[in-house]
Design a protein. Structure first.
Length: 275
C-alpha cells in the first residue's frame, strides 16, 4: 500500500509540474502575442495615415510594458517585454524626432543613437553576455562577398518598390563614407541588435527556430509601414527573414549589421544616383 501511495503522490506531482509548465508557457506566449498584435495594429494605423493614433498606441504600449516589468518578476517575461519596449521606442523616436539639419541623413543618428541607452540597460539588466548577442568580430573572409550580394539583391528589390530619393548629394568618397557610417553603425547595428540579437534569439528559444524567425521578420516588416505600400512591408519581412537566417546560422551581429548597412547604402545612396 505504501508503494501505491508513493506512486499516486509521484503521479500527482508530475501532473502538477506539467500543468505548471504549461501555464508558464502559455503566459510566455501571451507575453509575445499581445505586444506583437498591438505593434501590428499601431503600424497598420500608420500605414492607413492615422499617425497620431499610431503614436498614442505605441506610447500606451510603452507605458504598459514598462509598468509590467516592475510587477512581473519572471526574468524571461521581463526580457520579452523589454524587447517590445525597444521596438515601440524606435517608432516613437522616428515619429517625434524634430528636424535639426537640412540633410535627412543626420536625422537617422538622432533617431537611433538614443536607443543605445535603453538597449545597454536591457543587456546589463538581463545579464546578457556578448556571445549570446552574437557580438563576435571574427567574420570569415568569404562571408563579406555573400553579405554584399545579399545586400545588392535586397536593395534592388526595395528600390523597385519604393524608388527612394538619395540621402547624399553625390557619390563622392566623403559622402559615401558618411552614408556608410550612419547606415552600418547606427541604423544597421541598432535594428539588428533589437530585431535579431535580442528579439529573434528569445523568440527562437520559446517558439522554435523557424517560428521565432518568422515572427521577428513579420514585426520587422510591419515596422516599415511608413513607406505607405504593402509591397514594401511584405518585401521587408522577406528581407528580415534573409537577415534573420544569416544571423541564425552564423550568430554574428556584426555580419548582419554590415549586410543591413550595405542594403541602405545601395538603396539610398548608389541606386538613386545611377537611375
Amino acid at each position: 500500500m505504501e508503494s501505491d501511495g508513493e506512486f499516486v503522490t509521484i503521479g500527482e506531482e508530475g501532473i502538477l509540474q506539467k500543468i505548471s509548465g504549461t501555464s508558464g508557457l502559455n503566459m510566455e506566449l501571451l507575453t509575445i502575442a499581445i505586444p506583437s498584435m498591438v505593434i501590428i495594429l499601431a503600424e497598420l494605423s500608420l500605414f492607413l495615415g492615422h499617425t497620431k493614433f499610431s503614436t498614442w498606441v505605441h506610447i500606451i504600449l510603452l507605458l504598459v510594458l514598462t509598468l509590467s516589468t516592475i510587477v512581473i518578476n519572471d526574468v524571461d517575461k521581463q526580457y520579452l517585454l523589454r524587447a517590445f519596449i525597444l521596438i515601440s521606442m524606435l517608432r516613437i523616436l522616428n515619429l517625434s524626432m524634430p528636424v535639426f539639419f537640412d540633410m535627412t541623413l543626420y536625422t537617422y543618428v538622432f533617431v537611433y543613437a538614443p536607443l543605445l541607452i535603453p538597449a545597454y540597460v536591457m543587456v546589463k539588466g538581463q545579464e546578457l553576455d556578448m556571445e549570446y548577442l552574437g557580438m563576435s568580430t571574427a567574420i570569415k573572409y568569404y562571408y563579406l562577398p555573400v553579405a554584399l550580394l545579399v545586400s545588392l539583391i535586397i536593395a534592388l528589390g526595395e528600390f523597385m518598390i519604393i524608388e527612394p530619393g538619395y540621402l547624399i548629394p553625390d557619390l563622392s568618397f566623403f559622402n559615401l563614407l558618411k552614408l556608410s557610417l550612419v547606415m552600418v553603425m547606427f541604423v544597421g547595428f541598432i535594428e539588428e541588435l533589437i530585431f535579431r540579437a535580442i528579439l529573434q534569439t528569445k523568440l527562437e528559444e520559446i517558439l522554435g527556430d523557424y517560428r521565432g524567425l518568422l515572427l521577428a521578420s513579420i514585426l520587422f516588416g510591419v515596422m516599415h509601414s511608413g513607406y505607405g505600400t504593402p509591397y514594401e512591408m511584405l518585401f521587408t519581412a522577406f528581407a528580415g527573414m534573409m537577415l534573420g537566417y544569416i544571423y541564425q546560422r552564423c550568430r554574428n551581429l556584426f555580419l548582419v549589421s554590415v549586410t543591413h548597412g550595405f542594403i541602405n547604402v545601395i538603396l539610398f545612396g548608389i541606386l538613386p544616383h545611377l537611375t
